[in-house]
Write a protein that binds this ligand. Sequence first.
Ligand code: TYM
Length: 334
Amino acid sequence: MDSEKKIIFSGIQPSGSLTLGNYIGALRNWSKLQEDYSCYFCVVDLHAITVRQDPAMLRKRCMDTLCLFIASGIDPVENTIFFQSHVSAHAELSWVLSCNTYFGELGRMIQFKEKSQKHSENVNAGLFTYPVLMAADILLYQADLVPVGADQKQHLEIARDLAVRFNNAYSETFKVPEPFISGVGSRIMSLADPTSKMSKSDANENGYILMLDEPDVIARKIKRAVTDSDGVIAYDESRPGIYNLINIMSACSGITPEQIVDTYEGKGYGDFKMAVADSVIACLEPLQKRYNEIRNDKTFINEVMARGDEKAAKAAYKTLNKVYKKVGFAPKSL
Ligand code: TYM
């Protein structure tokens, strides 16, 4: 029975085309966990507008993202796949939680500091309260587990703090969620600058591999990946270029980093990069095929959306009603 399963919530912003980092750090784990949990997977479009988006492009990316969830192997019948903006409880709970969040704790968020530097012309209030909306996403569904990449750890901590704070102030209301951050692949780095995260909003397209990149594009980007002049293949964090490529190959092929080093020790970077590219291409090929089958199937997509929105709303409003009662709002009818 679904209700006996523990609950997972996770989301991805449709703020760009999804990257190999999104796949390895998040999506791939979602599809592995789906059998054992009751899962809510959300296209977090409200979060995406904390950075200015072109409306037509955002609309397209919202649909692309939903289809990439399914193409990655997430079963849209067994799981709840939906858009954040279709369930207004997210914005509503976010308000209540923001009245229980301190200015200082939001100011400490690394992502806020990074993004306000990158978008210095638009340091808006939404960017600042972003983690509160993220906490609302998670707490609405009483999630036990949140599978994310390592960059989201600090946001998960604030979600836990807010759950505990609200429970202490108003009595037990929210489950306190645990992060699920897998080891190898939890932080895939840029190919152009292996000391910074691979990101869909990187201005340099050689820094990322998109989930929908063609095989020759993938091969070219990996061939150009920044490494070092040592010429030795070793799994060593202080050599970030090679370390990152080993992690990528390991995540895509299932071969351990140690086995990869054993196989390619003494060989040149050229051969090794070709092997990395082959593993990425092979890993993405089936999902690209599935994506192309479903992306233009409007009937199928509409069915997935309708089912997901309805299931999500049902769970979300149950929690929101409880919250409204606890904080002392008047009931809608006596
Ligand atoms: P977003 O859209 O930046 O990224 C989506 C997921 O992909 C992971 N990820 C990576 N993992 C490894 N290496 C990388 N280079 C890499 N880049 C991205 C992220 O860790 C994330 O798991 N705030 C979230 C979206 C969100 C959310 C939520 C997540 C909103 N509400 C509730 C979980 C639960 C974000 O910016 O994701």
